[in-house]
Write a protein that binds this ligand. Structure first.
Ligand SMILES: Cc1cc2nc3c(=O)[nH]c(=O)nc-3n(C[C@H](O)[C@H](O)[C@H](O)COP(=O)(O)OP(=O)(O)OC[C@H]3O[C@@H](n4cnc5c(N)ncnc54)[C@H](O)[C@@H]3O)c2cc1C
Length: 464
């Protein structure tokens, strides 16, 4: 190895002496990957192939000691840093250009305590892995709807999911986290220790340190009554009006989603999705209006294993495609917003793209954490997906136009985990993600990360 060109926290280019890198490597159990290493190109890839960044170094810790060594190394050498959990974030915030990536993908430990109904999972775990372990004991907690998503990024931003109506956000079910903060200290944060930090990491994103493990509360879950009912796109407006009325009446009992989409056969359709966890007879009664409404093309709602539900959307969002996302929180779905979605979806430039109404009410409205959107009832996520990177401008334009047209009907808040690139969105979107909690988070940032070492994400600037 020779001296290494690296990007610093202030964005300058600098040279890292060979001896410093060698000493860092010796201090690690896990691998350290530099440009030129045969593992480098695979290690810098993320789920969204539209992101193409070249880090200066990629460190893959296998335990807390490695994380502490990486944080100390980054701080001592003033390096730009990004932290990688499941690498599913659409803006690719986990990978930086020129700096050090602290990549937790080898930290996969999961330990379920079936008696206390808790689980401790490390920062590199994905929801598919998490659900498999917990469902072995018939247990689960709210988690993301795509198995390939990391528990870390999703939970730190809040964590919406099919069980949210009943059990709140993923982060509402946290009992404790282990965090390595910017000073290299290992801290346990929960209701009694570092309670301010514990408040901040539940909705404040990756701003406060590297979370090496998460402890969650679990519940007996499944089989669930769940699935999708498909209608022809010609009826899209009626279906979305029905969805609006149905979902607002039942949001304490069911999680429901609505999705205009293109079928694998190429036909535009609109789907209503439901998840009910409880006595099946009660579930059937609750979802009966969804089965009865209109003349569905297909009704796929049935009792299923929770793990089956949790992987239902996976084929639609494989790693390696091109993605772009914008999102709005909504308090209600207005007639005008429905017209805009239907009209714009009729002209969607990719059969893989879709607007996705994800219900966020019910128990997700309770809780006192840094998550700032308790009053929202839906997260409307506009997911653009395509194959040819040369077409990016077309798909980004479609997404942004739809997002802008919907702005008057939204709360003005945005889910931190759906933020696009700051360059696209402007700093006001970052503030919109933290809402009324921004100032309190900025003060805590000053306490735990005064130099903004963990700034390559949903960046809260430290406040004095
Ligand atoms: C198709 C699609 C479906 C989605 N579905 C859902 C859903 O159902 N519910 C939902 O809530 N969200 C959903 N999301 C958004 C998802 O929550 C974010 O993409 C989230 O950032 C992914 O977490 P990750 O660990 O995989 O991400 P990464 O890309 O690895 O990390 C994202 C950021 O999180 C921080 N981070 C990650 N790991 C750590 C750590 N251990 N310590 C400190 N900081 C860390 C870093 O700042 C990093 O930049 C979806 C997104 C897409 C594109």
């Amino acid at each position: 190895m020779v001296d290494l060109r690296i990007t610093t926290l202030t964005g300058r280019e600098a040279m890292l002496p060979e001896a410093a890198v060698a000493a860092f490597q010796q201090n690690l159990r896990g691998p350290l990957i530099a440009p030129g290493d045969e593992r480098y190109d695979e290690a810098r890839q993320v789920w969204n192939a539209n992101i193409d960044r070249r880090p200066g170094l990629i460190c893959r810790p296998v335990g807390v000691a490695d994380v502490i060594a990486a944080v100390n190394f980054a701080r001592d050498h003033h390096l730009l840093v990004s932290v990688r959990g499941g690498a599913h974030n659409v803006a690719g915030t986990c990978v930086c250009n020129g700096g050090l990536v602290i990549d937790l993908s080898l930290m996969k430990g999961i330990r379920v305590d079936p008696v206390r109904r808790t689980v401790r999972a490390e920062g590199g775990v994905k929801w598919g892995e998490f659900d498999r372990e917990t469902q072995t004991f018939g247990l689960a907690t709210t988690g993301g709807t795509i198995a390939d998503t990391g528990i870390a990024g999703l939970t730190l931003g809040g964590g919406h999911g099919w069980l949210g109506y009943k059990y709140g956000l993923a982060s509402d079910n946290l009992l404790s986290v282990d965090v390595v903060t910017a000073d290299g200290q290992f801290r346990i944060a929960n209701d009694t220790e570092h309670a301010d930090l514990f408040w901040a990491v539940r909705g404040g994103g990756g701003n406060f340190g590297v979370v090496t493990s998460f402890e969650y509360r679990l519940y007996a879950v499944g089989p669930v009554l769940a699935g999708l009912v498909f209608h022809p796109f010609a009826k899209a407006k009626d279906v979305l009006l029905f969805y609006r009325d149905f979902s607002s009446a039942t949001h304490e009992k069911l999680t429901t989603y609505a999705v205009p989409m293109t079928s694998p056969e190429g036909a535009k359709v609109v789907a209503i999705g439901v998840c009910y966890d409880g006595p099946l007879a009660e579930g059937e009664q609750l979802i009966a209006p969804v089965r009865r409404f209109g003349s569905p093309l297909e009704d796929q709602i049935r009792p299923m294993a929770y793990t089956e539900l949790q992987s239902m959307f996976d084929p639609g969002f494989p790693p390696g495609n091109q993605y772009y996302v914008k999102a709005h929180f909504l308090r209600e779905i207005s007639d005008d917003a429905i017209d805009i979605v239907v009209d714009q979806f009729a002209r969607v430039p990719s059969p893989l793209s879709l607007p996705f109404f994800q219900q966020t009410g019910g128990a997700m409205q309770r809780g006192h954490t840094a998550y700032a959107h308790r009053d929202a009832l839906y997260n409307l996520v506009l997911v653009s997906e395509w194959l040819d990177p040369r077409e990016s401008a077309i798909h980004v334009r479609w997404t942004r136009e739809l997002w802008q047209a919907l702005q008057p009907y939204a709360t003005g808040g945005v889910y931190v985990n759906d933020l696009g690139c700051e360059a696209d969105d402007g700093a006001d979107q970052i503030r919109a993600a933290y809402g009324a909690n921004y100032q309190r988070l900025a003060k805590l940032k000053q306490t735990y990360d005064p130099t903004n070492l963990f700034g390559h994400n949903q960046n809260i600037k430290p406040a004095l």
